[in-house]
Design a protein around this ligand. Sequence first.
Ligand code: AMP
Length: 213
Amino acid sequence: MNIILLGPPGAGKGTQARRLVDERGMIQLSTGDMLREARTSGTPMGKQVAAVMDRGELVTDEIVIGLIAEKLDGDKAGGFIFDGFPRTLKQADALGQLLDGRGEKLDVVIEMQVDDEALVDRVSGRSTCGSCGEVYHDTTKPIPADGKCSVCGGTEFKRRADDNAESLKTRLFEYYKQTSPLIGYYYAKGHLRTVDGMGEIDAVAAEIKAVLG
Ligand code: AMP
């Protein structure tokens, strides 16, 4: 099964994708994570995209489509979860072609709906485990009192450079301008399902489970 998690920054796409990886053996393809990795390892592409990402703008379609194309040729396991991709109509078309070319199909696009005001809180309190990527939040899911990640025991936690009010404003603007047209695009193809992303992590996971069966 191949699915897309669609929603604004802070909607909980990464958190829900990780659950699907654990529970269904699916493979999470997060272009945001791939780009951050490229930055950390200092590749020329990583250097090229750094400032754009910090401002909250989108990197070029060519770069992210290339990243996804590479990963589609790897392990497929329980199917792919596209997290943060596609973000433009051009990327959506490219994904359709990439899947077609590999004899695969897209099964469902899950739109996670969250109020804009909630996104600011979610994004500004967010941190992740530096070892396994588990996501924490200052108020809703604090780092355990012993300072160790509850999943892997890691003790280093990172905050994203673009998780600040100024970048979030740009990221939301980009979402509404460039990504939200995908809602109509996938609705027209009969792929779209919508879940309420405002609830607790478990409640949202249950809704996603109901959609996926
Ligand atoms: P994310 O982790 O999905 O919030 O992505 C972080 C940042 O990486 C975004 O604000 C963009 O600058 C860039 N990015 C991630 N995925 C894409 C994409 N599919 N298209 C363009 N830019 C992307």
